[in-house]
Design a protein around this ligand. Structure first.
Ligand SMILES: Cc1cc2nc3c(=O)[nH]c(=O)nc-3n(C[C@H](O)[C@H](O)[C@H](O)COP(=O)(O)OP(=O)(O)OC[C@H]3O[C@@H](n4cnc5c(N)ncnc54)[C@H](O)[C@@H]3O)c2cc1C
Length: 484
């Protein structure tokens, strides 16, 4: 049995605690935010502040791989989510259907609250809410230091064989390392240069809920629009805009937000079917970040690992974060019995596993986001970037288009989108290669369709809000004005 302390009870921390406890480990789970209220799913949203997860009121779905991990590790969680009104839908991308797999549609707080209630009842987990990890207890008896416990805000120290940082994208691990006089973790960052605006709706009586499709978004040159079903006849609509967009404030006006979504063909049926049940929530400071607790010469310290967003997170456009966090939690639970005897080797092997199995999703997102930044910068100036010219990017774009009508390619793309296979694995199938190659050689255009509404129409609509357009600054960079 390994004694584990986990900092953070978001999806990755909760799942880690549950999966570890069910393998006989002893878990102390520390969470700074109070427990969700007991009540209806609506109370989860209205009365649970949860500031520690700033994305909590943004649109979320659990892709097929996230549900698969839950089914394999804790099927009772899936059953409890369904009884709370969470919806299961087939895993479909275009003409591709993954037999036996489903995905989960829920407002994030509804799903997270239910998971947290289950974990709080789990024997083997001690959940300390309203408490926070603020530092580490470190032994320097060996060449490489080893973490032996976590220091809490209350002044207590929880002794552990393994400390797990699951404290999310705003993790304070760098400060914990600095305070313990450890070398800094090795961070890679990429600012994404856009921000999110999300509003929740309930389906009007007599209206049908439109069908949720994954990917849930459509990209315009100057914006991205998402429409995603959720639990209990609710759904979310989301817009992302460049942080440099001079009209970035206009869409905070509900009338402009709705008029814009009515003008976008992807979201128009949703707007017509729903009535708003929330304010418009904004989230900025979106970045891709990978943090390694190892340098070229090995682990900085043993006895500690990071999971979920604390280890690596990406711009959430493709909705991969919870799947990655649950995969991380599952691996942690599978290997945690090895942490006690060799804390330094364990930290190194865990880091290698993370690079090998989750790094691919980070790397592909970073590459895609460089293009997205370029697209948005051009879109503000009413110009467009040409479709990708290099062979692998052309192949990937063509595969996504081909997936709309070709079942074999559709299944390959569905496996990528739902994190069942990496692009390399899914595109290794010779049948996929030949069908996509044939599709490409048919002369199909890889350009995105012309924007509806056009940038000019968007500006006209946005200027109705009465907010003065701000100057464009730092085009092509993500430097500017996140919270402005
Ligand atoms: C706009 C947006 C939309 C997204 N949409 C999707 C989606 O559709 N599908 C999807 O799979 N993913 C989505 N994600 C990503 C998803 O939110 C994260 O990947 C996921 O929540 C990561 O879980 P986590 O447990 O690592 O971190 P979090 O869920 O952020 O949880 C971290 C927890 O740690 C706590 N904490 C922080 N510091 C401390 C401390 N020092 N001590 C104790 N507790 C602490 C916080 O209060 C919080 O509860 C989205 C993200 C964003 C930003």
């Amino acid at each position: 049995m390994t004694r584990v302390v986990i900092a953070g009870a978001g999806f990755a921390g909760l799942a880690s605690a549950l999966f570890l406890a069910r393998r006989g480990h002893s878990v102390t789970l520390i969470e700074r935010d109070a427990a969700p209220p007991d009540g209806t799913p609506a109370d989860d949203l209205a009365d649970w502040a949860h500031p520690g997860a700033p994305q909590a009121r943004q649109s979320h779905a659990l892709l097929g791989r996230a549900r698969r991990v839950l089914v394999d590790e804790a099927p009772d969680v899936v059953a409890a989510l369904l009884s709370r009104g969470v919806r299961e839908i087939p895993v479909v991308v275009g003409a591709g259907f993954l037999d036996g797999e489903r995905m989960l549609l829920s407002r994030r707080l509804v799903a997270e609250a239910e998971l947290r209630r289950i974990v709080a009842r789990e024997s083997g987990v001690r959940l300390l809410a309203g408490e926070a990890v603020i530092g580490l207890q470190v032994s320097r008896a060996e060449d490489v230091p080893v973490v032996t416990g976590a220091q809490l805000l209350s002044g207590a120290v929880v002794v552990a064989d393994l400390v797990v940082d699951a404290s999310g994208r705003r993790s304070g691990l760098s400060d914990w390392f600095a305070r313990a006089r450890l070398e800094s973790p090795v961070d890679e960052r990429q600012d994404c240069g856009f921000f999110y605006l999300t509003r929740y709706y309930r389906v009007r009586p007599g209206c049908e809920t439109p069908v949720s499709k994954i990917p849930a978004s459509t990209s315009l040159d100057y914006a991205t629009v998402f429409a995603l079903g959720a639990d209990n006849d609710t759904f979310s609509l989301t817009v992302t805009l460049s942080v440099n967009d001079p009209y970035r404030k206009a869409l905070r006006d509900p009338a402009v937000f709705e008029a814009f979504l009515q003008a976008v063909p992807h979201s128009a049926p949703w707007i017509r079917a729903g009535e708003p049940i929330s304010d418009i929530s904004m989230m900025s400071r979106i970045e891709n970040r990978r943090r390694r607790l190892t340098t070229g010469t090995g682990p900085i310290v043993g006895g500690i690992v990071a999971v979920g967003d604390a280890a690596l997170h990406t711009n959430p456009t493709l909705g991969r974060g919870i799947s990655m966090g649950l995969l991380h939690a599952q691996h942690l639970a599978e290997v945690a019995h090895l942490a006690t005897d060799d804390p330094v080797g364990f930290a190194e092997r865990f880091s290698n596993w993370t690079d090998e199995h989750l790094g691919i999703w980070y790397d592909t997102q970073v590459a895609a986001d460089a293009n997205a930044l370029e697209r948005l910068a051009a879109g503000l100036l009413r110009t467009r970037v040409a479709a990708a010219a290099d062979a692998s990017a052309r192949f990937a774009t063509a595969a996504f288009l081909c997936a709309q009508h070709d079942e074999v390619v559709g299944i390959a793309v569905a496996k990528i989108v739902h994190l069942f296979a990496s692009p390399r694995e899914a595109f290794a199938d010779p049948r996929v290669v030949s069908r996509v190659t044939e599709f490409l050689s048919s002369g199909v255009s890889l350009e995105r369709p012309i924007d509806v509404p056009s940038r000019a129409a968007f500006e006209l609509l946005a200027s109705r809000s009465g907010s003065t357009p701000a100057p464009i600054v730092g085009l092509g960079s993500a430097s500017a004005r996140y919270d402005d």
